[in-house]
Design a binder for this molecule. Structure first.
Ligand code: GCB
Length: 880
């Protein structure tokens, strides 16, 4: 036996070499992180040849990506690199001395998108797919001493003829980073070994066959490969509990024929099992399989996590963990972050998980592809239920083809197998998703394709690979409940469950209040298909932390452009969750998305190349208001959070103050003056009509022992108010007059003159020429309007005499008499307005002045249509 101290020294030595301790036990794994050379683009000469001169190439460490995309500015970062194409990597490495006579593999945890690998000039293989682990057998290519590995990766767009043409996903709004963006390692093991060429999987797979309070039975399947001579082996399978104590063991002796691959299954029983029970008790066992040779020598050894639990989904009860209903309150996560793109570190994964845990979520959808193993490990340990997804997005076929080309189908199926084998042993994985929004895109200007055959085939692969877990598909854009079927392929029903991606309050109608439709829509889907478990795979809204609005209902949202006020995102979530929470039949809901993420198709909010729907910023530094809403709704920790704290300089002296809390009620004071108690219904506590004093205002909220503070400023006039109507965006004119965004209204709807044209943008066409209002000295006061048969403004102003100026134009009518309305200001007589008659033409600016007398602190303006609807674009009120 090795004395402890000597063992420790040997271990330290191995660790210093980057060799895993398993080296001493049959398998040695060395991480190849440092010393790589990288070249972006094709090379002249043969970069695969050992003698190729790469001295001029860039030195990099792996994980690495050459792309840099996404920043918080309205112009793309100057150092952005969105290049999609070929990148070359080369590394000189020394073969460990103990590799003689053994098998040598190179393991790539991911390489994006297509990778070709050579060692010492010999081609070892190609892998197609950006997200899964693969290995190549380098045994016959390596030599003692120095070796050179060359890898050509290619993340070209999937254009016709590109090597990525049939490699899924071929669509999606996220950026496909290029490079060796996950770790690379060298594995040395015995000639007879646990299979390393099993679709990137661990080669051992534990399946729970029975589970009750008395006992659990686990069938452990081990795939073996013998590249050497015939040998007598022992396969020893052990299970240890969380303290490392062995609780079950089995041994099988047999002879492995030369040059064969085989599989063995053995059943182990664990008495009085402790279940893996989500956040409440994510208890883990560990499964170890050793292949022993003559005299008990360890030829190979693999360890994997094991969690004892069952998962199921029911159309009425939702998701069941260990037989008990458990509503999955989840978030979507992409694998990227600012500066690093996809090349994440362990610390990055840990930070993401910590933020999700703090939020109080119990589930994560790994959008839209296979994520890195460390994140699955964290989910196992923390009790998160994962939705693990195949990277197949939007398109079931290539443009111009109705049926999925065989090469694309084969690639999707191969990646499905990889996803499942590589993550099979993680108890955290609750469902396998076969794709995202694979819909027949006829109405989107894309070639219609038949989606169902591919999805049925992928579901069959998933069920064959893993009959123990339910499958799902994220569906969107389908016929709404109760609507006439438009004949397009629907994918709901191709998997065991479905989850709809629904953006009410955002893309749908562009009005926040629309989020309140979500519940009825989901009830409709449930009613139409009562045996199919339904969930919500995505819902959400964009939020920019530097953009603010005075009233989220003031106008139409710019769903893929600017601005995107933080307050809007928060309210969309408030309304959505109010709808979703009571629906017990839902098997889960997932916020889109936990973090802002790269999307080079977008110019949103205050960012470039970022999808702004994160609850947390791209760099993880700021938790947006919406984050705190969910923390209040989901977390067990006491929460009290004043919203709108980043909107410091307020446009109006009277505001609505809101806080998120899981306390029943909260108190507010402003500058030390108590403003009373608000009930926190559905986690939202509201104090309407809070008056700010000129200068700084200290707001303090308290609830159940919690305190939160924020400072707001009001530096505007006391006896004047300026409102930009029909819009969510305020403006300050060159002369210094500041207009808040539309507020203090009751009734009517806001419209924008030149909304960002999403449909044209999506189709890659030019924007239409902007519509121009003639005669507008200040066009920004004529860029939007509020309209309606009857609406009212109630403007908070001190008592006194005022002059009201209305800015308006007619965006639709061109002849007098087609639109006539009256406006009545407090203390005045109705004034009749015909915008076209007054301006002399349609689309032409005019102003209307009227006096007003304020008594009781409110100036009212009542708009009433006489012919057609009333409208107004901006309102100035100043003291007379
Ligand atoms: C979706 C997609 C997701 C997008 C999201 C959005 O439906 O599944 O990939 O990022 O919508 O923000 O539009």
């Amino acid at each position: 036996m090795m004395p402890n101290r000597v063992f420790a020294i040997v271990l330290l030595f191995l660790l210093a070499l980057g060799v895993s301790p398993a080296a001493a036990q049959g398998r040695a794994e060395t991480t190849l992180a440092e010393g790589w050379r990288f070249h972006l683009g094709e090379v002249r000469g043969d970069a695969t040849a050992a003698g190729f001169d790469d001295a001029a190439w860039q030195r990099v460490a792996v994980p690495h990506t050459w792309n840099k995309v996404g920043n918080y500015a309205v112009t793309r970062r100057p150092d952005a690199n969105t290049t999609r194409g070929v990148g070359w990597y080369r590394l000189r490495f020394t073969l460990p001395a103990n590799a003689a006579g053994k098998r040598v593999y190179l393991q790539f945890d991911a390489a994006s998108i297509v990778a070709d690998v050579w060692v010492n000039g010999r081609k070892l293989g190609r892998h197609e797919g950006a997200f899964s682990r693969f290995r190549v057998d380098a045994t016959d290519a390596v030599r003692p001493g120095e070796n050179i590995v060359a890898v050509k990766v290619d993340n070209s767009k999937p254009d016709p003829g590109s090597p990525t043409e049939f490699v899924v996903p071929i669509s999606g709004d996220f950026f496909m980073y290029g490079g060796l963006y996950r770790p690379v390692s060298l594995i040395v093991t015995g000639q007879a070994h646990i299979d390393l060429l099993d679709h990137g999987g661990p080669g051992i797979y534990g399946r729970i066959t029975t589970l009750n309070d008395a006992a659990a039975t686990v069938a452990v399947l081990t795939r073996l490969r013998n590249s050497g001579r015939v040998s007598a082996v022992t396969l020893r399978t052990r299970i240890a509990d969380g303290d490392g104590r062995q609780v079950a063991q089995a041994e099988q002796r047999f002879s492995l024929a030369a040059g064969t691959a085989t599989a063995r299954e053995t059943a182990l029983t664990i008495a009085r099992p402790r279940r893996w029970n989500g956040l409440d008790d994510p208890y883990l066992y560990r499964m170890t399989v050793e292949l022993l040779g003559r005299g008990g020598a360890v030829l190979d050894r693999v360890e994997q996590p094991l969690g004892l639990r069952t998962v199921a989904v029911d159309a009425d009860k939702g998701f069941l963990l260990n037989g008990r209903p458990m509503r999955l309150n989840g978030v979507n996560r992409h694998q990227d972050r600012q500066e690093k793109g996809w090349a994440l570190t362990q610390a990055d994964h840990e930070q993401d998980m910590a933020l999700i845990e703090e939020l109080g979520a119990n589930s994560i959808r790994l959008a839209h592809y296979n994520h890195a193993t460390p994140f699955f490990d964290l989910a196992d340990r923390n009790g998160m239920v994962l939705w693990a997804e195949l990277g197949l997005v939007n398109l079931a076929s290539i443009p111009g083809k109705a049926d999925t080309p065989p090469a694309m189908k084969a690639n999707a199926e191969a990646q499905m197998v990889e996803l499942i084998r590589q993550n099979y042993n993680h108890p955290s994985v609750g469902v396998w998703s076969i794709g995202n929004e694979i819909t027949n895109w006829a109405s989107k200007g894309l070639t219609p394709s038949n989606a169902r055959p591919l999805m049925n085939a992928l579901n069959a692969v998933a069920k064959r690979e893993d009959p123990t877990r339910p499958t799902t598909i994220a569906a969107c854009c389908e016929v709404l409940p109760g609507e006439k079927d438009d004949g397009r392929d629907r994918t709901a029903g191709t998997a065991d469950t479905v989850a709809y991606n629904l953006y009410y309050g955002w893309y749908t109608s562009g009005r926040v209040a629309d989020a309140a439709r979500l519940g009825a829509v989901m009830q409709g889907y449930h009613r139409e298909n009562p045996t199919l478990p339904v969930g919500v795979g995505e819902y959400g809204a964009g939020g920019a932390i530097s953009q603010h609005t005075d009233n989220v209902h003031g106008g139409k949202i710019e769903s893929i452009y600017r601005p995107q006020a933080e307050e809007i995102q928060a309210v969309v979530h408030e309304l959505s969750w109010r709808e979703l929470k009571p629906l017990d039949f839902l098997w889960g809901t997932w916020v889109w998305q936990m973090f802002d993420a790269t999307s080079d198709l977008r110019e949103e909010g205050d960012s470039s190349d970022i999808n702004t729907k994160g609850l947390v910023t791209f760099d993880r530094s700021v938790k947006k208001d919406a984050y705190w809403f969910y923390k209040a709704a989901w977390s067990k920790a006491p929460v009290l959070h004043l919203t709108g704290r980043r909107y410091v300089d307020r446009a109006y002296p009277v505001i609505e103050v809101r806080a998120y809390s899981n306390a029943p009620e909260a108190q507010l004071s402003v500058n030390g003056r108590a403003l009373g108690t608000a009930a926190c219904a559905d986690f939202v506590c509201v104090w309407p009509g809070v008056r700010l004093v000129p200068g700084e205002n200290a707001l303090v909220a308290t609830a159940a022992g919690q305190t939160d503070r924020m400072t707001l400023r009001y530096t505007g006039p006391e006896r004047a108010i300026h409102v930009r109507t029909g819009t969510l965006e305020g403006v300050t004119l060159a002369g210094g007059t500041r207009y808040g965004s539309d507020d203090f209204f009751d009734g009517g709807l806001g419209f924008t003159l030149n909304p960002y044209q999403r449909e044209l943008y999506a189709a890659g066409q030019q924007r239409k020429a902007a519509r121009v209002v003639a005669g507008a000295r200040e066009p920004r006061l004529y860029a939007s309007w509020r309209t309606g048969k009857a609406f009212r403004y109630a403007l908070p102003l001190p008592d006194g005499q005022y002059r009201v100026t209305l800015h308006l134009f007619d965006p639709a009518e061109t002849a007098p008499g087609k639109r006539v309305f009256t406006v009545t200001a407090s203390g005045g007589a109705p004034v009749r307005i015909d915008p076209v008659a007054k301006a002399g033409a349609g689309m032409t600016a005019t102003t209307v002045e009227l006096p007003a007398t304020v008594r009781g602190g409110t100036l009212t303006l009542d708009f009433a249509g006489v012919v057609g609807e009333a409208l107004v674009s901006a309102i100035d009120v100043v003291a007379r």
